[in-house]
Design a protein around this ligand. Structure first.
Ligand code: TXA
Ligand code: MG
Length: 357
């Protein structure tokens, strides 16, 4: 068993010697977990097929699920991709560093296991000083999926990574909690209009405003449900507890659902937890006093909710609840990514006929 070392770093100005040690691991074909602005990644040299293989092994990730290649500068895009359309360069120049991943034609130097055998590869430049310092010190591109066990909840702190991968990887760079909290938006740029395959940190409105036209993968009906790209499984991001997700913003509907379903769960002797908005906290606390609850923030601030969502799901598992209740907060900005992840994480999605995207 590998001993997992945790290196504490200042997120804003990481210590160069510590980064150099981590980079030496990457150059030696090892894997290193590191923070990005979205979630923690588990990285390896993107040009080294054997090193990349270790990512799949550590996560228990199936080989058909392609990875994202992280680069340190916009002009490195041409090292890993080819036939780059003009609009993709504009997207990169505008949104990078940041939570936007571009799918483009793969340069043959990128090993096939990075992109699960596809002719395309996903690339992004992360907006995090530690991630960027690691990439630059390694003098390579770093392939990295989220640093969690396959199909589980993505990590937003070094402790989350440790909980999943202790003994399976040699090093975790600890830069504190990640700010965005959900993964990057993945957009397929191999055709026009480009197609959003996975909603994420950059909202659809922002992309549409910038490009004029952006398609959304056709599986999208009340959250991305059908796989757009390999590895986009319907069951994903799941806590151990059963997640009950009420997919409506209409107050009378979710109030009724919470009241009925939580009462039923409590009657069957289950330990219930709820993730609540500040708007719902007063009435829910009154109706269900003494129930495990975590405050996510105001529904008017989806960014705040996204930042704490994964930690809240993991925390509920630590509190050993049997089921978790949460409701929808719409589709604006990062809220669409929240909806997508909750649908995938859910044991039950309660839909209503009035529901529209
Ligand atoms: O924010 C993020 O994107 C984080 C941080 C670490 O950068 N990474 C992340 O990686 O979320 P991962 O592996 O958990 O999700 C990557 C997803 C894949 O599941 C797949 O759906 C999509 O990106 N993807 C990767 N390569 C692709 C390709 N060639 N074509 C279509 N989709 C691709
Ligand atoms: Mg992932």
């Amino acid at each position: 068993m590998t001993v997992t070392e945790i290196i504490h770093l200042n997120a804003q100005s990481p210590d160069e010697d510590k980064i150099a040690r981590a980079a030496a691991f990457i150059c030696a074909g090892e894997v290193v977990a590191f923070p990005t602005e979205t979630v923690y990644g588990l990285g390896a040299n993107a040009f080294d097929a054997e090193a990349v293989e270790k990512i799949f092994a550590a996560k228990g990730r199936p080989a058909h699920d392609p990875l994202i290649v992280h680069i340190g500068a916009v002009d490195e895009l041409s090292l890993v991709t080819k036939d780059i359309p003009d609009f993709a360069v504009r997207l990169a120049s505008h949104f990078w560093p940041g939570p936007l991943t571009l799918v483009l034609k793969r340069q043959p130097v990128i090993p096939l296991n990075v992109s699960a055998g596809l002719e395309t590869v996903a690339v992004r430049m992360p907006n995090h000083p530690i991630a960027l310092a690691l990439i630059r010190a390694s003098q390579t591109a770093i392939a990295a999926p989220s640093a969690n066990l396959f199909s589980g909840v993505s990590p937003t702190s070094a402790q989350h990574v440790l909980a999943d991968l202790n003994g399976r990887i040699p090093m975790i760079l600890d830069g504190g909690r990640t700010l965005v909290g959900v993964e990057s938006t993945v957009i397929d740029c191999t055709s026009w209009p480009p197609v959003v395959l996975r909603p994420g940190g950059i909202g659809l409105e922002e992309l549409r405003e910038f490009l004029g036209e952006v398609a959304v993968h056709s599986g999208e009906k009340g959250g991305m449900q059908v796989s757009a790209s390999p590895g986009m499984l319907d069951k994903h991001y799941s806590p151990r507890a059963r997640l009950f997700y009420c997919l409506t913003e209409r107050e009378e509907l979710y109030r009724d659902y919470f009241q009925t379903e939580m009462t039923a769960q409590l009657r069957s002797g289950h330990k219930v937890g709820m993730l609540v908005t500040s708007e719902d906290q007063p009435w829910l606390s009154e109706l269900f006093p003494g129930i495990e609850q975590i405050l996510l923030g105001s529904e008017k601030e989806p960014q705040q909710i996204a930042a704490g969502l994964y930690a809240a799901l993991r925390e509920m598992d630590e509190r050993q609840v049997d089921c978790i209740f949460v409701r929808d907060i719409g589709t604006e900005g990062v809220a669409l990514a929240i909806r997508d992840r909750l649908i995938r994480a859910a044991y039950e999605v309660k839909r209503f006929s009035d529901h529209q995207l």
